[in-house]
Design a binder for this molecule. Structure first.
Ligand code: NAD
Length: 490
């Protein structure tokens, strides 16, 4: 039997489940991109909100691409299991906040209608960095992006996330319904401002007046989201089924830790998030820099170098003392000096906790998964930090090593000569650049540094290019394991 409303009562007592009347919950949020992260983070917070009796904040989740999540969860009445994993075992909790599932390519009108419902006051998003169709280095709309061109050609039948936002906002405006608040939960720098810029630009390309409306009347609060959520595997499904005594086609796995810092900017109102542990602040940027640079910057560095050194997961990589030291030194020596810390944060404790989270052996977060879409991630995770360091006249050997790890990775060949399955919107171009340059770092580094979407002007700055080239030369000659040992070993 399958997890569903009708089997909920059969669950073992150890499995937590909604204590509220699921049938009475009403959709107040539309979410674009119902992937693993949303289901383990925002949906868990809103499940707790529903549990506190605020019944107007259930979620309608939409996929703009694959029907996979909807196909898995529709037969389960939207219910799924969140497994919180640690050395102490798994804590299972059934989440009930996802009340409706839509697949945009199957029925775009249904999604637009949901977004235009006056009871919907917030549209949240986790469509990955590339889902905003922007140039990651400048944070502006990529007007040549095929999805954006399609959205300009047929605005009433959108394809991209910005396209759906603009069309729904235009329809609400025409109907005299106040605009929803747009709350992106993706790891973009200044994420609210970036999504505002991209969305307003797309609106303006449709019509100047609509562009002014989106720029002037729509709220795009920034947010910092944190919880490590690896992709679910078949082993995870089997473990969860054993714990439930029921099949769940798509549970999600997460670490116990979760954090959500939100700019308090919701003209139509919001759920009382402070009741469930969300931090509402006026300025998210100090939290965002701390998290993107200390967590995600270290994560990407571990992902590229760890993958190249033959490690499948972040925990396996962290189990090598030289890698653990590399992370600590990167954080202490090159990242922390660039941060303006939020008041009251103990950064030493934050970094210690991060390293413990990375080492959690129960999570099995694949280096390959984090390595994905590097061209969209490097600017805010490593390059921006390096830019701040250089502006302060400070050295960047460890940031350069992380960037060099990415370069070796995107050549598409590992240290044994086997193919790497590089997933990145720029993968083909990166591979062509690497193939043409060949394996000599004095040619390979400049070739990849010319990719302006990632490095902008820094690619041509010798203070950046020099250390990156030197680190890449070492990586090509000695391999990742030996290089990390030499640099951070001792
Ligand atoms: P996932 O693969 O489970 O889900 C990704 C979702 O994005 C899917 O719904 C997919 O259909 C959609 N998507 C992908 N490309 C798209 C595009 N071009 N346009 C529209 N939709 C698109 O991944 P996830 O673990 O849910 O992570 C999604 C995002 O959440 C990350 O990219 C990141 O910005 C953020 N995030 C993830 C974590 C984590 O640990 N997984 C932590 C913090 C933040």
């Amino acid at each position: 039997p399958r997890l569903s409303l009708s089997t909920l009562a059969d669950l073992p007592a150890a499995v937590a489940r909604p204590a509220y009347d699921i049938a009475a919950a009403e959709v107040g949020v539309v979410h674009l991109g119902v992937g693993a992260f949303h289901r383990a983070h925002q949906a868990a917070y809103l499940d707790a909100i529903l549990g506190r009796g605020h019944k107007g904040w259930a979620i309608c989740g939409a996929s703009l691409r694959s029907p996979d999540t909807s196909d898995a969860l529709d037969p389960q009445d939207g219910l799924y299991t969140l497994a919180e994993r640690s050395g102490a075992g798994d804590n299972l909790r059934v989440i009930g906040s996802l009340r409706r599932l839509l697949v945009a390519p199957r029925d775009p009108e249904a999604l637009l209608a949901a977004m235009c419902d006056p009871r919907v006051r917030i549209v949240t998003l986790t469509v990955t960095e590339k889902g905003y169709c922007h140039d990651p280095a400048s944070g502006t709309l990529d007007e040549a992006h095929p999805d954006i061109r399609a959205d300009l050609a047929s605005p009433q039948r959108p394809v991209s996330a910005p396209g759906y936002l603009v069309e729904a906002l235009a329809r609400r405006r025409a109907a005299g319904v106040a605009p929803f608040t747009v709350l992106t939960c993706d790891n973009l720098p200044a994420n609210g401002k970036t999504v505002a810029r991209v969305t307003a630009r797309l609106a303006a390309l449709r019509d100047d007046d609509l562009g002014r409306f989106v720029a002037g009347e729509v709220a795009f609060p920034s947010t910092m989201v944190d919880r490590i959520v690896p992709a679910t595997t078949d082993d995870d499904r089997a473990l969860v089924a054993a714990g439930l005594g029921l099949q769940d086609a798509w549970p999600v796995m997460a670490e116990p830790f979760m954090q959500w810092v939100v700019e308090d900017l919701f003209p139509l109102g919001r759920p009382p998030l402070e009741e469930v542990g969300v931090e509402l602040v006026s300025d998210v940027e100090p939290f965002e820099h701390m998290k993107l640079r200390l967590l995600n910057g270290a994560h990407s560095t571990l992902a590229y170098l760890g993958y190249l050194a033959g490690h499948a997961t972040i925990a396996d990589t962290m189990a090598v003392p030289a890698f653990a030291r590399l992370v600590a030194r990167l954080q202490d020596e090159e990242v922390t000096p660039t941060l303006h810390l939020p008041a009251g944060v103990d950064v030493a404790a934050y970094k210690r906790a991060l390293r413990e989270r990375f080492a959690n052996p129960a999570l099995r977060h694949r280096t390959w998964q984090i390595a994905m879409d590097g061209s969209q991630k490097l600017p805010q995770r490593l390059v921006a930090t390096a830019r701040d360091r250089l502006a302060a006249g400070a050295p960047i050997p460890l940031l350069a090593l992380g960037v060099a790890g990415w370069m070796r990775y995107v050549t598409g060949r590992d240290e044994q000569g086997n193919a790497i399955d590089v997933r990145d919107p720029l993968a083909a171009r990166l591979k062509a650049l690497a193939d043409e340059a060949g394996p000599d770092a004095t040619r390979l580094a400049p070739a990849l540094l010319s990719v302006r979407e990632v490095f902008a002007d820094l690619g041509a700055d010798p203070r950046f290019a020099g250390p990156v080239r030197d680190a890449l030369a070492r990586l090509m000659a000695r391999g990742a394991a030996a290089t990390v040992e030499e640099i951070a070993g001792g």
